[in-house]
Design a binder for this molecule. Structure first.
Ligand SMILES: *[C@@H]1O[C@H](CO)[C@@H](O)[C@H](O)[C@H]1NC(C)=O
Length: 144
């Protein structure tokens, strides 16, 4: 019985673990968010160059993409562990490096100022891209 419960718990823990997303997932999420939010083509061109102007469409677009990744929740905000996993996962390193963790955490807030979810996601994402842009790009680019 104990073994059975242990196996069930293991299964539950595993099914909730973050699944690292691929470049294909990213492209799909982008397309879905562009369609859902009816993002104009000129803004999409900026996004392809990793340029994210501070406007409400872009804010909600970034919220949408991070939300589809499973990295941002409109009530709890960003998930540090899962973002870390997304970045580390592609390199096959399960080991969590503290410097990276701290870097991610420094960009994340609990929205004490009570902004709407789009602004909240945008604030974190922009800080995150500034600090970790290369890692983010690597994590969604197929390794040659
Ligand atoms: C976006 O613009 C608003 C309004 O000007 C400003 O309060 C906010 O700090 C800006 N966000 C970022 C991340 O620059």
């Amino acid at each position: 019985m104990k073994v059975f419960i242990a196996i069930c718990l293991l299964f539950v823990v595993h099914s909730y673990a973050y699944v690292v997303k691929s470049r294909d997932n990213l492209l799909q999420f982008r397309n879905e968010c562009v369609a859902e939010l009816q993002v104009p083509e000129n803004l999409v061109e900026h996004y392809k160059k990793w340029e994210y102007p501070n406007d409400s469409v872009t804010q909600c677009y970034l919220k949408c993409v991070f939300n589809k990744f499973g990295l941002f929740d409109t009530t709890t905000g960003f998930n540090v562990e899962d973002i870390h996993q997304q970045l580390a996962g592609v390199h096959g390193e399960a080991e969590h490096d503290d410097a990276l963790h701290a870097k991610i955490e420094s960009c994340i807030d609990k929205n004490e100022q009570g902004s709407n979810a789009c602004e909240w996601a945008y604030r974190g994402a922009i800080c995150f891209f500034k600090n970790n842009l290369q890692l983010v790009q690597q994590s969604v680019t197929p390794q040659a």
